[in-house]
Design a protein around this ligand. Structure first.
Ligand code: AMP
Ligand code: MN
Ligand code: MN
Length: 323
């Protein structure tokens, strides 16, 4: 594990930098990518932004979002910065190939990284978002922020803390958000766009998924499904299904909430959330995934009802053991 100064020196030395976040990008992944890249441009670096998957509609308001490529753009880079992504798998088939090039790889993240894959890694699992680490890094590098950079970093923080509601939200999280607001970020507008307004597809998804909401006999594990048939019927994209896991999570008495989404026939993405005591990153790692204590995920192959049986039973076991 390196410290932020090491990352800073590597970035000072770099000339042509490509930056990527993870598959199915969220506000932290995209906001951190753009915030860091726009700031490094201010000190003369040549920056290419990419993302393994396209940018969801709701994040297209972010300054610079139109510059993010999808997949692996042609070009020669001396440095590859991987943000908010703890495993090479989550870079997607194309972007991951950058790890095979003879270039410097820097990983900045707040997930627990099991096997470091970069030359320089800065991992702070106490940070509620990667955006906060980027904020500290830019301070460290003495790069002056502006409203565009601040809007990206504020969005990273506000999305990964669920609007400052999640457990990882620390006094420092609020202080950084406050400092970003001083640059003229329109916090109210961002919150309205991210948490209040929803495209109609989200309601169609809900109409199809809510009938599958189910709670275990003990009342502590609940789940909801969105299978391939429902996906085709509604024409929904991944971004329209992200919040489904909040419905089982919000049932009083439930400790572990699960969302089973069929990404393609026979490929099931499981999102896991816990409310108080179960470490769902451990449950996800039993199935080759990972994440945080209160939010984790994994992707499994097989029939959705088979996958469900296995994962629900692991969740019940974790609840019983209270770990
Ligand atoms: P999600 O359910 O996709 O919102 O993911 C919740 C958290 O778990 C995020 O912080 C992800 O980084 C992490 N996560 C999700 N899927 C995986 C996976 N397949 N492998 C490792 N971590 C994951
Ligand atoms: Mn993320
Ligand atoms: Mn994150």
């Amino acid at each position: 594990m390196n410290d932020l100064k090491d990352v800073a020196w590597e970035l000072y030395d770099a000339e042509s930098i490509i930056i990527s976040g993870h598959v199915m990008p969220d506000g932290d992944s995209i906001g951190s990518t753009l915030g860091l890249g726009l700031a490094l441009e201010k000190i003369g670096k040549k920056i290419t932004f990419t993302s393994p998957h396209p940018i969801p509609e709701i994040y297209k308001f972010l300054p610079g979002a139109e510059r993010i490529h999808h997949g692996l753009p042609d070009g020669v880079y001396d440095t590859f910065v991987v943000l908010d992504c703890s495993v090479p798998d989550r870079l997607g088939d194309e972007v991951v190939s950058l790890l095979d090039r003879d270039i410097k790889v820097i990983n900045i993240d707040h997930h627990q990284v099991e096997k470091p894959f970069a030359h320089v890694s800065y991992i702070d699992s106490k940070a509620a978002s990667t955006g906060e680490i980027i904020f500290d890094l830019l301070k460290n590098m003495r790069i002056n922020l502006d409203v565009d950079i601040a809007t990206n970093l504020y969005t990273a923080i506000v999305t990964d803390t669920g609007s400052f509601k999640y457990e990882g939200t620390a006094p420092g999280t609020h202080r950084k958000a406050a400092a970003l607001l001083e640059y003229g970020v329109n916090g109210a507008r961002i919150s309205k766009m991210l948490f209040d307004e929803k495209p109609i597809e989200v309601f169609k998804v809900l109409e199809n998924a809510l009938p599958t909401l189910n709670v275990s006999e003990c009342g502590k594990v609940a789940w909801i499904n969105f299978d391939w048939e429902a996906r085709q019927k509604t024409g929904a994209k991944d971004e329209h299904t992200e919040e489904l896991v909040d419905y089982p999570r919000r049932i009083k008495g439930v400790e572990v909430a699960l969302l089973f989404r069929e990404l393609s026939p026979g490929v099931v993405k499981v999102s896991m959330r816990s409310n108080y005591y179960v470490d769902v990153s451990r449950v996800a790692s039993e199935f080759g995934g990972g994440g945080h204590k209160r939010a984790s995920g994994c992707v499994l192959k097989g029939d959705i009802s088979e996958v469900q049986k296995q994962v629900i039973s692991a969740a019940l076991e974790a609840v019983k053991r209270r770990v």
